[in-house]
Write a protein that binds this ligand. Structure first.
Ligand SMILES: NC(=O)C1=CN([C@@H]2O[C@H](COP(=O)(O)OP(=O)(O)OC[C@H]3O[C@@H](n4cnc5c(N)ncnc54)[C@H](O)[C@@H]3O)[C@@H](O)[C@H]2O)C=CC1
Ligand SMILES: CCCCCC(=O)CC\C=C/C=C/C=C/[C@@H](O)[C@@H](O)CCCC(=O)O
Length: 258
C-alpha cells in the first residue's frame, strides 16, 4: 500500500509509540486522525504537526477506547472529514496490574471495539475501500511476562484476535489485512512508569530487569518503522512481527494451527 493520500486512524496517538507512528505516517503522505484521552499532550503535538504538515492533514479527537460511543463518533468524524478510512493502528494501551480490569478493557477490548467500528467504514462489504489494520501487541503476547500476567493475557488476546480477524477478512472478502506488532521493551512513559513501580515493590523486579537486559530497549522510531512495513507490504496478513533492537522477525506459528 502506497501511503500518499491514504487516511489513517491511530489510537493512543499523542505519546510514545503512537506519536512516532503518527509522525511517520504523515512523513509518508498520509492524513492522520489522532485518537487519545490526553488532551494537553494532544493539543501541544497538534501545534507542531500543523506547522510541519499543514492544517488539513491531521485531526485530533478525544476518544477513550473504552467507550463505544466515543469510538463511533471519532471514526465517523474521521470519515466525514477526510473521506474514509484506509489504515487503523490500534495502539492505545496501558500496563498496570493493580487496575487489571481497566487494562483488559483498554488493551484487549479496546482493540476489539475499534476494529469492529472501523469495519463499518473500511470493509468492502460495507461500501469501504478495504485497507489494513495493525494492532500493537507485544513480545509479551507471544511469551509470558511473569510480573504482569494480566498484561500478558491482554497481549496474547490481541494476537489471537488479529489472526482470527485476518482469516475472517480473507474468507469474507473484507479487503482488509490485519497484523500484529510485537515489540520488546520500548523507551516510553509506559516503560518508565513500570520501572518506577518495580523499584517500589515487586519481588519480581530482578527477573524483569534480567529480561530487559536480555531483550534490550527499543526507541520508538524502530517500532514505527516496523509498523510501516506491516502497513505497506500487501503480502502481510495474519502476521505477528517481532521487533527487538536491530532485528525484526515474523513469528512462525505451529502448522497444525494454520
Ligand atoms: N513501552 C513498551 O515497552 C511497550 C509497549 N507496547 C504497547 O505499545 C502501545 C503503546 O504503548 P507506549 O507508547 O509505550 O505507551 P505510552 O503510555 O507512552 O502512550 C500510550 C498512549 O495511549 C493513550 N491511551 C491510554 N489509554 C487510552 C485509552 N483508554 N483510550 C485512548 N488512548 C489511551 C495515552 O494517553 C498515551 O498517549 C501499548 O499498547 C503498549 O502495550 C508493546 C511493547 C512494549
Ligand atoms: C513489564 C513491562 C512491560 C512493558 C511493556 C511490554 O510489552 C514489554 C514487553 C517486552 C518483553 C517481553 C518479553 C517476554 C518474554 C517471555 O516470552 C519469556 O520468554 C521470557 C523468558 C526470559 C528468560 O529467558 O529468562
Amino acid at each position: 500500500m502506497a501511503l500518499n493520500g491514504k487516511i489513517a486512524v491511530v489510537t493512543g496517538a499523542v505519546m510514545g509509540i503512537g506519536k512516532a507512528v503518527t509522525e511517520l505516517l504523515l512523513q509518508n503522505g498520509a492524513k492522520v486522525a489522532l485518537l487519545d484521552v490526553n488532551r494537553i499532550a494532544g493539543e501541544s503535538l497538534m501545534e507542531t504537526l500543523k506547522k510541519q504538515y499543514g492544517q488539513e492533514r491531521t485531526l485530533l479527537l478525544n476518544c477513550n477506547v473504552e467507550s463505544d460511543e466515543q469510538i463511533k463518533a471519532a471514526l465517523q468524524k474521521t470519515a466525514d472529514t477526510f473521506g474514509g478510512i484506509d489504515i487503523l493502528c490500534n495502539n492505545a494501551g496501558i500496563m498496570n496490574e493493580s487496575t487489571w480490569e481497566r487494562m483488559v478493557s483498554i488493551n484487549l477490548m479496546g482493540v476489539i471495539r475499534v476494529t469492529y467500528v472501523a469495519l463499518e467504514h473500511m470493509s468492502k462489504l460495507a461500501g469501504g475501500r478495504g485497507g489494513v489494520i495493525v494492532n500493537t501487541a507485544s513480545l509479551a503476547g507471544l511469551g509470558p511476562l511473569l510480573n504482569c500476567p494480566v498484561y500478558t493475557a491482554t497481549k496474547h488476546g490481541v494476537i489471537g484476535f488479529t489472526r482470527a480477524m485476518a482469516d475472517a477478512s480473507t474468507a469474507s472478502g473484507y479487503g482488509i489485512r490485519v497484523n500484529a506488532l510485537c515489540p520488546s521493551f520500548v523507551q516510553t512513559d509506559l516503560f518508565t512508569n513500570v520501572l518506577s513501580i518495580l523499584r517500589q515493590s515487586s519481588h519480581l523486579a530482578a527477573a524483569t530487569h534480567q529480561m530487559i537486559e536480555k531483550f534490550g530497549v527499543l526507541n520508538v522510531s524502530e517500532v514505527a518503522d516496523a509498523l510501516l512495513e506491516l502497513v505497506t507490504d500487501d503480502t502481510k496478513n495474519g502476521e505477528a512481527l517481532i521487533v527487538v533492537p536491530n532485528e525484526r522477525n515474523y513469528i512462525t506459528f505451529p502448522s497444525i494451527l494454520k
